[in-house]
Structure formats: C-alpha cells, structure tokens
Design a protein around this ligand. Structure first.
Ligand SMILES: *[C@@H]1O[C@H](CO)[C@@H](O)[C@H](O)[C@H]1NC(C)=O
Ligand SMILES: [Zn+2]
Ligand SMILES: [Zn+2]
Length: 381
C-alpha cells in the first residue's frame, strides 16, 4: 500500500529507516493533492522502459483536473499522479527493448495508443479511444520519481538539449500537430489567436515552416510582447472592452478586418490558428481568413459558441480541429528544438523543486499575465 504524507514535509524521511522509493505528486480528489511514497513501478512487459523523471512542464489540463475533476468524458474517480510533459533518463529497459538503453536521455510522449484500431493503423493515433495518457483519469502521470512507458514512446534527445527542453517537446509537438492539420506551406500568411505557450509555439512552427508572415493576437500586452520577441512578425493586442449596444459578432468582425488591414494580409490570412478557445477570437478568426483559407481550432474554452457559419460557407473555408499529436510529431518537435529553430525554454517563467509542486500548480491556476510556462524538477536520484 502507498503511504500518504502531508504536503509541506512531503519527501523528508520521517525516520532513519524510511527511505523514499518513488515519491509521487497525487491528485487525491477534487482540489486535494498530496505527496505519496509509492513503490517503484515495475515494467509491465518486455517492451517497457522505466524513466527517471528530470523535468515536468505543467499545462492547463493538469490544473483543470485539479480544480474541476474532469475534462469532457474523463472524470477523476480515483487518485491519479499528475503531470504529462516530461523528460528524463532511462533507468531500466525490458528484455526486448532495442531502441534505447539505460542512461539515455529522452523526451516522453505521454499517450500510448492501442496500436490496433483503424486510427492507430493510419497514424492518427491521437484519435484512438483506447489510449493510456499520462495524468488523464484513470491513468497516472509523470510527476513521480519513476515512470513506466513503452520504449517506442520515448525519444532520445541530444546531449546539447537540456531536460527542460526535453519536457517542452510536448507542447512543441502539440504545435507541430496543429501545423500539420493546417497543412502549413512556405510563403503563407498565418494568423494565430493566443500568445500563451501553444500560441507562441504555433507561431514558431509556422515560421519554421516558411510562413511569409506570422501575426499573433492576444489581450495581454506582455504576452504579445513576448510573442514578438519569440517568433511572430507582428502582434495585435486586442484589449478593447465591448461597447454596450454593439453586437458582439459585429465587434469581432471589426477586429478581424482591422487585423487584415493593419498587417497587410490582403484578402485575409491564408491560415488562421485559433489557440484561445475564446468566442470573440473564433469569430474574428473567421472574418480574418482569406477565401479558400484554412481555420484550425486548437484552443478549448466554452463548449458552445456563436459561429459565423455563413461567412465560413461563403468564403469556402476549410475548418478543422486539432488535438494532441500524431505519427511523426514528436520526432519533428525534437528536431525543431535540437536544431535551435525553436527555443522553448524561453517560455519558462517559473521553476520549482519537486517538493514545491503544489506551489507550481497554484501559479498556473492563478494564470497571471507574466506566467507562461511553469516547470517542476524531478526527484533527485
Ligand atoms: C485529501 O485526500 C486524502 C487522501 O484520500 C484524505 O485523507 C484527506 O482527508 C483529503 N483532504 C481533504 C481536505 O479532502
Ligand atoms: Zn500539456
Ligand atoms: Zn487505437
């Protein structure tokens, strides 16, 4: 059985004889987290590896389970270890593992799909209904000393890449998938709503794909400033309050049209990547898209919104959704970072020790303007 210890003194051995094995940061129930010392997890089969976790990035979904206990159909019914954006060092390999050896440094892809369904077989394994995804109920996440994962879902990172960069392969892979869904081509103009981690990484992925112009949009001056320094060619700060009596869709249309004029997007952006989930951004994005253009929804906000469907129809837009990552995204994300084309560690605004994990979550929950990426160091060897 696992032993529950209180947060504050989390990982300190209580007595000389108590040696921690696998300290874990556990979401016990809604808004209730604590540290547990669990047994070191065992390989489930001969293709598994055990990774000593070195860095873990925190993202909105982790905080969402903590605060709300559910995302869509995934409901927290029993305790789970949190965390899914991690990198570490291989500590043990199963007898049939050939691609990796003990001591290798790796980025961990946190979702291992069933491998057998039609989606898996065609490479769209992000759509597999039978995926073991870290920190998605009922599966444990990576905020523990050791994590077990299939050997083909870890990716070696070169020596010059830090463990922090290894952990941030995850959000970069999310952005790579968004770019793949959008079918980004060199020379396109790309408008990205949102200058949070995924937004700015999409901007960087678009630049790396050869976009002729990448424009970021945010309501925050400081996030927009960061986006401009990071990858965007231009940023639009939309902090105007809605004027009473003005139809919100008309206001969104005006914003979309203003962006097109201000940044010289001609008849509109070739590609719009929506990374906020905010209704006015979704609307403005449709109005800012060029005829025949592509609009990709990647942000998640309210479940239902008022959508300018007639404009989408008349402009013959291709409208798609993007979720997680599919075949090839992780290797490409590692490559983008290793080559220096994307420098995701610039996103890190807060760093915490493992024993301070709850503080890290609190900072993400508060979502202040100056918070971009929060990262937690693993339990030392
Ligand atoms: C938090 O979870 C633990 C373990 O299940 C439990 O003992 C404790 O009472 C819970 N605390 C609160 C405030 O619910
Ligand atoms: Zn994430
Ligand atoms: Zn499958």
């Amino acid at each position: 059985m696992s032993e529950v210890v209180s947060p504050g003194n989390g990982l300190q051995p209580r007595t000389q004889s108590h040696i921690s094995q696998n300290p874990s940061f556990v979401l016990q129930s809604l808004k209730n987290v604590s540290f547990e010392d669990r047994p070191v997890p065992k390989l489930r089969d001969e293709h598994d590896v055990r990774v000593h976790i070195e860095q873990t990035g925190i993202c909105g979904s982790d905080v969402h389970y903590w605060q709300r206990g559910r995302i869509g159909d995934f409901v927290l019914d029993s305790p789970i270890v949190l965390g899914h954006e991690s990198a570490g060092t291989i500590a043990e390999v199963g007898s049939k593992v050939k691609n990796i050896k003990v001591g290798d440094r790796v980025a961990i892809e946190p979702g291992v799909p069933c491998r057998r369904c039609d989606y898996c077989r065609e490479g769209s394994y992000n759509l597999c209904a039978d995926t073991v995804f870290a920190a998605t109920p009922p599966h444990d996440g990576t905020l523990q000393k050791y994590y077990i994962v299939a050997s083909d879902y870890v990716y070696p990172i070169p020596d010059h890449m830090t463990a922090e960069e290894g952990a941030l392969v995850e959000p970069v892979a999310v952005a790579v998938q968004i770019g793949k869904v959008a079918d980004l081509r060199a020379g396109q103009t790309v408008l990205v709503f949102g200058c949070g981690p995924i937004g700015v990484l999409c901007q960087a992925v678009a630049k790396a794909a050869g976009a002729s112009k990448v424009i970021g949009v945010d309501i925050s001056e400081s996030r927009a400033k960061f986006a401009e320094d990071f990858a965007a060619d231009g940023v639009f700060v939309n902090n105007k309050k809605l004027v009473e009596g003005v139809d919100p869709v008309d206001a969104a249309r005006a914003v979309g049209e203003e962006i097109v004029v201000r940044y010289g997007l001609g008849e509109g952006a070739d590609v719009v990547l929506e990374c906020t989930g905010a209704e006015p951004c979704i609307q403005a994005g449709i109005f800012a898209a060029k005829k025949g253009g592509t609009f990709v929804q990647a942000g998640m906000g309210r479940e239902n919104v008022l959508f300018p469907i007639t404009t989408a129809c008349i402009r013959a837009l291709t409208i798609k959704g993007s979720i997680r990552y599919s075949t090839g995204c992780y290797p490409q994300a590692v490559q983008l970072i290793a080559s220096g084309k994307i420098k995701p560690s610039k996103l890190i605004t807060h760093r915490y020790k493992f024993t301070e994990a709850e503080n890290a979550f609190e900072v993400v929950r508060q979502a202040q303007e100056n918070t971009l990426k929060v990262i937690i160091e693993g339990v030392p060897k």
